[in-house]
Design a protein around this ligand. Structure first.
Ligand SMILES: [Zn+2]
Length: 334
């Protein structure tokens, strides 16, 4: 029986304990990360948990459904994680944890997350928060038995927090999508799967452009701080999923799969249920899904908004290979 609590080290088959490897997506919402982590989570030795950043708010406080279909409080996977980490989730003060998260893990706090020692009170709050996260990831590693935990939190601040979390070997999976596709997605009304009649907020094109630039730059900057960062474009993923998923394996020094993952069948992926927190409605889908780039923005994003996003994101957009009216398949910056 695994012990309860403890920091984020996982006992390996050879009896040794090593840091828990967390592969966390970073970037801007609506870039295809739900699809990406569903597939990466089905690679050998991997498990996906969805967006752990929403554990307090959507899991513990609102009891939203897990990707397996059960309410969070009834999900056997998350119940066991809570039991191993804390002797059960009720042992944690959920409101206090949410408040603690909001006081340390926001974009505005990222400079302090880089040098937390300059403000001792911040450092103490951060230590309290990361100690809790450490126990949760250790429990996830034990319950799942996976070597790599795939987290689709995306928020740059979450990655900067994980970099400071004891016992975690953090890898960033930087997912990028053409900003015009991102802008179009945020302009649409999308109903929250857990709350019929309630829609996700919509962002104006100018806001999307700003967040696309800052989000991508902040994730890219992690490489300067020693975090391995693997950059991937959504458009390349749907065009060549086997090739892109093999890049993930190679980045982890694992052997690539010569015939591609077994869940890929031509341009379709066979998805199995996963215990994912938060994420877009496709996290509940199982069975075969067609992998096709969502290019609706080309015909449906109004010309004025398209010009605005194209102009505001010009430099970084070109750097990531999104030149002209369409992304260039397969082209990546050197
Ligand atoms: Zn579940």
């Amino acid at each position: 029986m695994p012990r309860e609590g403890g920091s984020a080290t996982a006992r390996q088959p050879d009896g040794a304990t090593r840091p828990v490897t967390v592969l966390c997506t970073g970037g801007v919402g609506r870039s295809g990360s739900t699809l990406l982590v569903r597939m990466v989570g089905q690679l050998p030795h991997h498990v996906t948990i969805g967006e752990l950043v929403y554990l307090w708010e959507l899991g513990l406080l609102r009891d939203h459904r897990c990707g397996c279909g059960a309410q969070f409080s009834n999900c056997p996977f998350w119940s066991e994680v809570g039991r191993l980490a804390f002797g059960g989730w009720p042992a944690l003060d959920r409101d206090a944890m949410l408040a603690l998260q909001r006081s340390v893990a926001t974009t505005r706090r990222i400079p302090l997350l880089v040098v937390p020692w300059v403000v001792p009170s911040f450092r103490r709050r951060l230590d309290r928060y990361t100690e809790t996260l450490s126990r949760i990831y250790a429990a996830i590693a034990q319950v799942s038995g996976a070597a790599v935990i795939v987290d689709s939190s995306k928020h740059p601040a979450m990655l900067y927090v994980l970099r400071r979390t004891p016992g975690i070997d953090l890898r960033a999976l930087h997912l990028i999508r053409d900003p015009r596709g991102v802008a179009y997605s945020w302009s649409k009304e999308m109903e929250r799967p857990e709350r019929p009649g309630i829609t996700f907020p919509r962002w104006p094109a100018r806001t999307v452009s700003r967040r696309w630039i800052t989000g991508n730059l902040l994730v890219a900057a992690l490489a300067r701080l020693g975090v391995p960062v693997l950059r991937m474009r959504y458009e390349d993923l749907v065009q060549d999923p086997a090739g892109e998923l093999n890049r993930v394996l190679r980045a982890e020094s694992r052997r690539p799969l010569p015939d591609g993952p077994e869940f890929l069948h031509g341009d379709e992926a066979e998805l199995v249920p996963a215990h994912t927190l938060a994420g877009n409605p496709m996290r509940f889908r199982t069975g075969r899904i067609r992998l096709r780039a969502d290019e609706a923005w080309r015909s449906s994003l109004p010309a004025r908004k398209r010009r605005l996003v194209s102009t505001l994101t010009w430099g970084l957009r070109r750097y990531y290979g999104y030149t002209g009216p369409a992304p260039v398949p397969g082209r990546r910056p050197a």
